[in-house]
Design a protein around this ligand. Structure first.
Ligand SMILES: Nc1ncnc2c1ncn2[C@@H]1O[C@H](COP(=O)(O)OP(=O)(O)OP(=O)(O)O)[C@@H](O)[C@H]1O
Length: 259
C-alpha cells in the first residue's frame, strides 16, 4: 500500500528523518513506536505528502503520492491528527456530514449512513452536541467516525488506509478497547491501519507489524516476536525495562514491557 524509500526530511538545520525505508502492506496494522520527538508524526506527514523530501520517495499503491489529486487521496486514506484545532461551532452531525461531501449521493443515503455508523460506533448520543464543547475523549471518538465515513464506499475496505496519530491518547480503557476492536474489524474488512500510540503494550496486541523509530532513524521493524524485546525497547526509549511474559502460557503474545 504505502512505501517510503530512503526518505530524508530536513527542517532548517535539523534532520527530522534520515534515510528511512519502509513498506506498509495492505490489510496490516502497523504500530509506529518511539520516544517523544523521535520523528513518528514527521513520518506520517511524509506519507500524507505534507513535507518536501530532501531525498527519497513516498508511494501509494506504487505511484508517487504527489501524483494523486487531493480528492483521489481523500477517498483512499484518512488521517487523524494528534492535536486537532480550529473547529468552528457546529453540531457533530454536521461535522460528520462534511466527510460525505466528496461522494455523489443523496442526502437520504448520507443521513442513513451517518446514523448507522453512529450506532455502530456508539456515538449516537453525541450527534446533536456542538463539536467545540466535546471532551477530549469524545472528540477522538468523533474523529475516528469522521475518518471512517471519509473512506466508506462499501463494507469492503480494501485499498483504504487509516493513518492515526495517537487516536486513543484521551480515551478511557473501555473506549480504547472498543477503538482497537474497530481497527481490527476495519482490517478484517480489507483495510490497512498505521497507528502511532504511546501505549506500546496495548497497541502491540493488535498490531501485525511494529516499527520503532529513534532519532529520526529506523531502529527496528518486524513482528512482535521479532522486535518486542528488552534490547530493542531499552534502546528505543533509553530505559532499562523488562519483558513480563503472559502468565497463562509464558508466551510472547500479550507480554508487557515494564519500566
Ligand atoms: N517543521 C519543523 N521544524 C523544525 N523542527 C521540527 C518540525 N517538525 C518537527 N520538528 C521536530 O522534529 C522532531 C520530531 O518531531 P515529531 O513530531 O515527528 O515527533 P514524534 O515522534 O511524533 O513525537 P511525539 O511522540 O512527542 O509526538 C521533534 O524534535 C520536533 O520538534
Amino acid at each position: 500500500m504505502f512505501s517510503v524509500e530512503e526518505i530524508t526530511i530536513v527542517a532548517g538545520r535539523q534532520q527530522l528523518l534520515s534515510e528511512v525505508t519502509l513498506q506498509f502492506e495492505s490489510k496490516s496494522i502497523t504500530a509506529i513506536l518511539g520516544a517523544n520527538g523521535a520523528g513518528k508524526s514527521t513520518l506520517f506527514k511524509s506519507l500524507l505528502g505534507e513535507y518536501p523530501l530532501k531525498k527519497g520517495h513516498v508511494r501509494f499503491n506504487g505511484q508517487a503520492v504527489s501524483q494523486y489529486s487531493l480528492s483521489q487521496l481523500s477517498k483512499m486514506r484518512a488521517y487523524i491528527a494528534q492535536v486537532k484545532t480550529g473547529f468552528f461551532s457546529m453540531l457533530v452531525h454536521e461535522y460528520l456530514q462534511l466527510a460525505r461531501l466528496q461522494y455523489p449521493e443523496s442526502d437520504k443515503y448520507s443521513e442513513n449512513l451517518i446514523l448507522t455508523l453512529a450506532e455502530q460506533f456508539q456515538i449516537a448520543h453525541l450527534l446533536m452536541r456542538d463539536v467545540t464543547y466535546l471532551s477530549g475523549g469524545e472528540l477522538q471518538l468523533i474523529e475516528f467516525v469522521r475518518a471512517y465515513l471519509q473512506l466508506y464506499q462499501s463494507a469492503n475496505m480494501q485499498g483504504k488506509c487509516l493513518l492515526l496519530d495517537e487516536p486513543a491518547s484521551a480515551l478511557d480503557i473501555k473506549q480504547t478497547r472498543l477503538l482497537y476492536g474497530h481497527l481490527k474489524t476495519f482490517q478484517q474488512q480489507g483495510g490497512t491501519v498505521i497507528i502511532i500510540d504511546h501505549n506500546i503494550n496495548a497497541v502491540a496486541n493488535i498490531a501485525t507489524n511494529l516499527v520503532l523509530i529513534k532519532d529520526g532513524k529506523l531502529l527496528a521493524e518486524g513482528s512482535r516476536k521479532a522486535v518486542f524485546n528488552k534490547t530493542i525497547l531499552d534502546t528505543c526509549f533509553e530505559t532499562n525495562g523488562q519483558i513480563i511474559l503472559n502468565k497463562a502460557n509464558d508466551a510472547v503474545e500479550n507480554s508487557i514491557y515494564q519500566v
